[in-house]
Design a protein around this ligand. Structure first.
Ligand code: NAD
Length: 471
């Protein structure tokens, strides 16, 4: 049986339309509507991932020297938490929710059903290659959809293990991982899906949105951008520098919500720079190249892209590049010009530009000059300044007095706005994203006032009174 399955798997994996046809037929069979079936799949997935823990950690190290610690805290552990959450809450989340009825439609019982969309396509990036492929998969399956997942072609070891896990847990009619690059993605996007969940760059996000629009397919776009970090003069600079350096250089600076650049109150700029240098040395040593904790840049193209970004800039720390090893040391740049490429494109590497401000207007002119960011960070002990900043700008999500950590609470919806994306997920928000909220009204038959039926003569005044009463 398994040999036959493997044969089918290999045969069909070549043929994207055929896979979708099989998944459409499976979805129509109603099997995914069964909550016990979904639960059993999620439990098998959890077991398979736990069994492969070391192999997963090794795959990420192999792909870009990501340390086991960073993989565990930012990928493996979060995937297991998401699975635990879905397994524990699935029945509660999926239950039709009764809402209050309206006087206008009395008598009725009104509900919101959580309906799966159907056949879902998930396209994942390379920077958190395990988390960002598995987390949407878990919630799409929990919500009762079928899934075709395309992991990133740039993290081959991780993508292989993802494909293996999915093959061991799912039959291809429910979920399959199809590895490949732009060509595969393009062919996948040419099909008619019921939902597309994309994580990646803003540039490719626009291609995905265009393909989805052709079939009016709903999309979630989890994109990137330039996330600012504002620091005022009321802070404890030791703590700020420690938290900022950690968040900037985590994953080698290749984090969608990494602080992209700093805007610091001009009076404390020099002190901040001194503290950042000290913290970087404490974390990665005097020769960060030898540190086991600093991941490499994902590939040569990105190493060269980053190298170009710092050419002709005022490098005040780091800037050491070993092209053959895709290595760039933690780097600080002083006051880049706002029209430089460094300040107009997402950096996505271990390079931190430091700008300064004197007035709020200085901050405003920098942030409004760019797309709406995925994250915004403020370090300040002045509550009213922090609140003012929080309310002044549009951004996906943010933190006061730290960076990145909002990602860790599944109760907070995660997603961008404008150029940094649309839609959100994490925890129940993810389950809801992959569920159509279907309104259902169950009408009572025991009374049927003639009021709504023609002839309407003499009824308008009463109608007006009813609407006034409804508020
Ligand atoms: P990318 O956009 O280059 O690639 C993402 C996926 O799209 C990959 O699977 C790739 O194969 C596919 N793809 C690439 N070109 C394509 C094309 N022309 N047509 C169709 N598909 C195509 O992104 P990346 O380099 O893998 O990831 C980095 C980007 O992702 C950064 O901008 C980062 O900010 C963003 N990101 C966002 C989040 C988030 O949650 N918002 C998380 C991680 C990364």
């Amino acid at each position: 049986m398994h040999a036959l399955y493997n044969l089918l798997y290999l045969k069909n994996v070549q043929n994207i339309p055929e896979i979708l046809k099989i998944q459409k037929a499976f979805y129509k069979s109603q099997k995914t509507k069964n909550l016990n079936y979904r639960l059993s799949i999620l439990k098998s997935l959890k077991k398979e991932i736990l069994d492969k823990e070391q192999a997963i950690l090794d795959a990420l190290y192999n792909d870009f020297k990501k340390s086991n610690f960073e993989t565990f805290i930012s990928e493996f552990g979060l995937v297991i938490s998401e699975l635990n959450l879905a397994i524990k809450n699935l029945k509660k989340w999926a239950k039709p929710k009764r809402v209050k009825s309206s006087l206008l439609t009395f008598p009725s019982k009104d509900y919101i059903y959580k309906d799966p969309y159907g056949n879902v396509l998930i396209i994942a990036p390379w920077n958190y290659p395990f988390l960002l492929a598995l987390e949407p998969l878990i919630m799409a399956i929990a919500a009762g959809n079928t899934v075709v997942l395309k992991p990133s072609e740039l993290t081959q070891s991780t993508s292989k293990i993802i494909t293996q896990i999915i093959k061991n847990v799912f039959l291809e009619d429910l979920a399959i991982s199809i590895e490949g690059g732009v060509e595969t993605s393009t062919e996948l996007l040419a099909q008619k899906w019921d939902y597309i969940f994309f994580t990646g760059s803003t540039k490719v996000g626009k291609i995905v949105a265009e393909a989805a629009a052709k079939n009016l397919t709903p999309v979630t776009l989890e994109l990137g951008g330039k996330s600012p970090c504002i620091i005022d003069e009321t802070v404890n600079l030791n703590l700020v520098a420690k938290r900022l350096a950690w968040g900037k250089y985590f994953n080698g600076g290749q984090t969608c919500i990494a602080p992209d650049y700093v805007i610091v109150k001009s009076d404390i700029k020099e002190k901040l720079i001194d503290n950042l240098k000290k913290e970087i040395i404490k974390m990665y040593g005097n020769t960060p190249e030898k540190s086991n904790d600093l991941p490499r840049i994902i590939n040569k193209n990105n190493t060269l892209r980053l190298k170009k970004l710092i050419e002709n800039q005022d490098v005040i720390f780091g800037g050491h590049i070993v092209e053959d090893e895709n290595y760039i040391s933690p780097t600080l740049i002083n006051a880049p010009s706002l029209d430089s490429t460094l300040m107009s494109e997402e950096i996505f590497g271990p390079i931190l530009p430091i700008l300064d401000y004197k007035t709020y207007e200085d901050i405003e002119s920098i942030i409004y000059g760019l797309d709406k960011p995925l994250s915004l960070y403020i370090f300040s002990n002045n509550k009213s300044f922090a609140d003012f900043i929080l309310n002044s700008f549009n951004f996906g999500g943010g933190v006061v007095n730290d960076v990145l950590v909002h990602f860790g609470n599944h109760k907070l919806p995660f997603g961008g706005i404008g150029g940094s994306g649309m839609g959100q997920y994490h925890g129940k928000h993810g389950f809801d994203t992959f569920s159509h909220h279907k309104s259902v009204m169950k009408r009572g038959n025991w009374i049927d006032p003639s009021f709504r039926y023609p002839p309407y003569r003499g009824k308008l005044n009463l109608l007006k009174k009813i609407f006034k009463f409804l508020g």
